[in-house]
Design a protein around this ligand. Structure first.
Ligand code: ADP
Ligand code: MG
Length: 515
């Protein structure tokens, strides 16, 4: 039994208490003497820095710090002892620590001072900031990608409107030209405009605003279907193999996007292996739980179909990997890379409810993995109604065309007139409703989706339907369903994607009028 009046036993109790605190502390605690030599260290410090506890004792604490802290530290202590100026005491600071294996990590250091046997000693409490910094970085990266998406999407949207005007006017001009050499000029201009349209499609993919036409697909069949083509593209020095999981789950995605994703990844792999190498395309089922979700950029837990493309090429440096998904980021020379391959894949995966990830370390090659949500319910097969005819000329029906862009509206009116329809037009949702209320015989509402003035094409459609429940509505948009949340509510929507050729307009209008 210890006697509380005996000073030694209470000292012992104090020591035990401190010991217990040291042992159980989550943060690293180190004490040093006035010369910087370590006198106490707790298990958390041993875990954090990767040394045995006994290896700390007696060593100068600066071995746990990289330069410049390493050299500065002795100066701090000396400075403090000779001038009393508290450069390090009592102020928590963010500094860098060095582990046994040489790796560095961010840490928060709080230093305090105490006296023992007439000499100054110091304690340092060290909190590892690695996780917090990583989360901050990931957040910043996500915010940057989001901002780039907004910007890219906006530009692509405006471009689509311009291209629609260019294509439409060229087509009208084409029909008025008489000599073959004149027509050749417009044909070339039209081809260039089509190329431009393909470019904006890729930008919209990054901005997650593509108009996706998802179907239930089995990724294995895509890989198999593309194999011949890939063999030709990759050349003889690259050995292509597949590792496909039987009983692969279905995914509901836009097939053309999957195809271009695989081709883009294969081409990137080829570029990374100028002297040949191996390319592996894998598929698999992935059940993502909460723990994996953390490592996968917060991909919501659930069932996913995984597609990965691995190469034995040059790999990516940390800096390249950080930026590889950005649109226009390329390390390839002029005319060789557009920097749109991976950005498109990134946007496509995100928009499909999945994720794209890069795994690449120095010279070990690269693996790009796409996760796409599993699709369980097989969609009901649509009744086959035979091959729809491409164009059906109008028979004098009245169409109300709503478009906020003046040039585009003018063009739309002339194109529809050319197709044989009677055309009314409006520049906003409000104006369209006014026209609908005053004119009886509108057979079809043809409206842009994204319009300023507070009423989108979707809302206009709902309000028009309230007036005329059976009026067919055709929407047109250069964007995706940014109102993605509304998607299910609008399953039966008819959307014509911008930019469109006259033949596409004719077919879409005829189709919408059939209802
Ligand atoms: P591009 O191929 O036109 O340069 P991408 O968006 O497809 O554009 O790729 C961006 C960059 O990412 C490439 O320029 C290259 O530096 C890097 N990269 C992509 N795939 C690989 C790969 N498989 N191996 C090494 N680096 C790659
Ligand atoms: Mg590429």
């Amino acid at each position: 039994m210890s006697d509380p009046n005996e000073p030694n036993s209470s000292l012992l109790g104090q020591a035990r208490k401190l010991q217990a605190i040291l042992e159980s502390a989550v943060d690293a605690i180190i004490t040093i003497d006035g010369q910087g030599a370590i006198t106490t260290v707790n298990p958390a410090a041993a875990r954090l820095f990767g040394y045995e506890q006994s290896e700390f004792l007696g060593r100068n604490v600066h071995f746990l710090m990289p330069e410049p802290y390493h050299s500065e530290h002795d100066g701090y202590i000396h400075n403090y002892r000779s001038t009393g100026r508290r450069k390090i005491i009592g102020i928590g600071r963010e500094v860098t620590g060095r582990r046994r294996d040489g790796t560095l990590f961010p840490m928060h250091l709080a230093v305090s001072e105490f006296e023992m046997d007439g000499r100054a000693h110091f304690t340092g409490i060290i909190h590892d900031l690695s996780d917090r910094k990583a989360t901050e970085m990931a957040l910043r990266h996500a915010q940057k990608m989001e901002a780039m998406g907004q910007l890219t999407g906006g530009i692509a949207h405006d471009f689509n409107n311009l291209l629609t005007v260019i294509i439409g006017n060229l087509e009208m001009l084409e029909s008025k030209l008489t000599s073959p050499s004149q027509r050749e000029l417009t044909t070339e201009a039209l081809e260039a405009a089509d190329l431009g349209a393909r470019l904006t499609t890729r930008l919209l993919a990054f901005a997650r605003r593509s108009h996706l036409e998802p179907e239930s697909v089995n990724l294995n069949s895509f890989v198999v279907g593309l194999t011949d083509m890939l063999h030709r593209t990759l050349g003889a020095t690259i050995y292509l193999s597949n590792a496909l999981t039987p009983n692969l789950w279905s995914a509901r995605v836009d097939p053309s996007q999957v195809e271009s994703a695989i081709v883009n990844l294969a081409v990137n792999a080829r570029d990374a292996m100028p002297d040949g190498g191996r390319l592996l395309i894998e598929t698999g089922n992935a059940a993502i739980d909460a723990e994996m979700s953390g490592r996968l950029d917060g991909l919501p837990p659930g069932d996913y179909v995984r597609l990965s493309v691995s190469d034995t090429g040059t790999g990516m440096s940390h800096a390249v990997r950080e930026r590889a998904f950005e649109p226009f980021f390329t390390t390839k020379g002029q005319g060789r890379g557009t920097g749109l391959g991976l950005s498109m894949i990134y946007g496509f995966a995100k928009q499909s409810g999945g994720l794209a990830m890069i795994d690449s370390t120095g010279d070990k090659g690269t693996t790009v993995t796409i996760y796409l949500p599993r699709y369980r319910v097989e969609p009901p097969r649509a009744a086959e109604d035979g091959d729809a005819e491409v164009t059906a000329p109008g028979a004098g029906q009245t169409i109300l065309a709503v478009e906020d862009d003046d040039r585009l509206r003018k063009l739309t009116v002339s194109r529809l007139t050319q197709l044989g329809y009677v055309v009314l037009s409006a520049a906003s949702g409000a104006e369209a409703l006014e026209r609908l209320a005053t004119s009886q015989g509108v057979d079809l509402l043809f409206t842009d989706v994204v319009m300023p003035g507070g009423m989108s094409g979707y809302e206009l459609r709902l309000q028009a339907r309230a007036l005329y429940p059976h009026m067919p509505v055709l929407l047109t948009s250069g964007y995706a369903e940014e109102l993605a949340g509304n998607r299910t509510a609008h399953e039966d929507l008819k959307v014509l994607r911008k930019p469109y050729r006259l033949a596409e307009l004719a077919a879409a209008i005829a189709d919408a009028l059939k209802l």
